[in-house]
Design a protein around this ligand. Sequence first.
Ligand code: T1G
Length: 645
Amino acid sequence: MSVQLTTEGRIAIVTIDNPPVNALGQEVRAGLLDAAGQLDQMPEIAAVIVKCAGRSFVAGADIREFGKPPQPPHLPDVLLAIENARAPWIAAIHGTALGGGLELALACRFRIADPRARLGLPEVTLGLIPGAGGTVRLPRLVAAEDALEMIVTGKPVNATRAQAMGLIDALAEGDLSEFAKSFAQNLPDDPGPVLGRAPKTPGPEFEPRAEALIRRARGQNSPRAAVDALRAALSLPADQALARERAKFLALRDDPQSKALSHVFFAERQAGRLDRLKGVDAPELSDVGVVGGGTMGAGIAAACLLRGFTVTLLEQTHEAAKAARDRVEGILADSLTRGVLTPRSHAATLARFATATEARALARADLVIEAVFEDMGVKREVFARLDAACKSDAVLASNTSYLDINEIARAVADPARVVGLHFFSPAHVMKLLEIVVPDQVGDRALAMGAALAKRLGKIAVFAGVCDGFIANRIMSAYRAECERMLEAGALPWEIDAAMVEFGFPMGLFRMQDLAGLDIAWAMRKRRAAEGRQPADYVRIPDLLCEAGRLGQKTGRGWYLHQDGKALPDPEVTALIEAESARKGITRTRFSADQIMNRILTTIQAEGQAIVDEGIAARASDIDVVMINAFGFPRWSGGPMHLHDG
Ligand code: T1G
């Protein structure tokens, strides 16, 4: 039974038990409705506690039911029965109350929460809006501006904030169940059903913020629908507002964007799975070593520190170690400024950080991540040193973004302990982590990589060994296609505009100016030296670099950078046109659709090749990589989902 009803004296307890996250599937909805009906016939019951077994309160509707015909009883009806029950219901929340889970709590007369709980309405992240009264009940409990943030951004709030907002009535002290029973025996004055209360009056900040959130949503539909539903909740009688909300919710359920976003939700969880790891326990992981304290190494060290690891960062000299420490402390100071860390947790985090110049300082590390200069000789020398200095079961990882990890692994006695962990810059911000699978890697090293990703809150994708793994290999393919379009008639800002219009946060050339053109230039020169230059090689990027145009850091790259703006540059137009002429190409105009078709076709073809070669385990992994590495619009579902139509 996924819903059990028990009584203790005049208190009834309704327990939801639907692993893994107590989603509100059809059986749970029916169980709740049945319990409400039974309790209305039990006059001896003075109050009802609804709580969940397992690790969390209800995490929402069952996303696996989306795309299927909705089955009765429908959640809004179940919640109305609870809201109008004879005896007041009290939601006892632990873990997370999300989506329909929070809507269930909002339909209760009172809400109490464990201090570590989080409460949110993430429906917009799935291309939906709350569909069971969330947009109508929430602004009857909290300020309109707070309701706006929760509903339109989908970001959860912690229990302390929830209490301050008026979303919950009390923070549980000690055991949640015992606290709930005590609360039920000493109920505050009954404020009546939430729907019977007047909505809060929005302040002057409400509309400007609402419009800003709609603009930030770019091509996604649900944030605008969420704002519209909230505006109705603030101005219409509750029953009319509920009807508006339900109509918008059902329309969004049929919108391709919600199907795409549900696809991404499950794809991101599946990407971190590898059949060979089924049944392999996550190894002990608390002490991390990082070798190399440049931008990547410092970012990786900070990411690990921010998630509670002890970190030792190894550099070659004391000066380099000091510079690395400054970089890491700068990131942690920013976390303190942004409130991610409190002064106390900031001090505790710093206490877990050490730098060193001798490899023996890594003797206790469970995992060591190398992030030194991208040169095979340098990396092999580092791994040989780690092999001697680290404990025998330490996993050794390389952050290399394109060198052959199999060759790196051959530098140690037991290659089974070498894995690739490819972070994206900035490492403490970007969600994606490519776990690269060398030929001789052992399950334990792979499981260590997966455990690290989970602890860092990153999205892991397993990648086979090839040039660029998954993300950079696809990026190289569509970058080459864009460069061919430059020769054929397009201009950088036209290609970037088409990509932004499609939903990318930034176009390819603008992004290259930001990162710097010299990195790719060095790689192209190396490939040329190895005789690996393609026949249809486009010289235009080299011509820019040879002219000293290395991107934003030199004031000129693909764009002219002035006063913080990236401006089309006639000099670049002239350089491109001259190169087309030199190759005897008659330039033609490209529409935004033509540009995006060529980019999408290239991405999809390279993605399919990566799957066919077994570099990626499944097509949806390509979607996960493109969305989380390069900002491919999430609401599209990703290039392979789009291709499947
Ligand atoms: N429905 C179905 N399965 C779910 C689920 C859900 N809502 N949430 C998680 N799972 C599965 C997930 O696929 C995985 O399964 C397992 O649970 C553990 O998840 C009416 C319409 C709750 C914070 O958007 O944010 O309510 O892969 O790996 O990292 O208005 O899951 O093991 O087989 O993520 O500890 C709104 C989505 C729905 C919450 C836990 N709710 N879930 O994170 O574990 S729409 C959400 C999460 C809605 C109402 C509307 C997270 C989590 P498997 P996990 P986790």
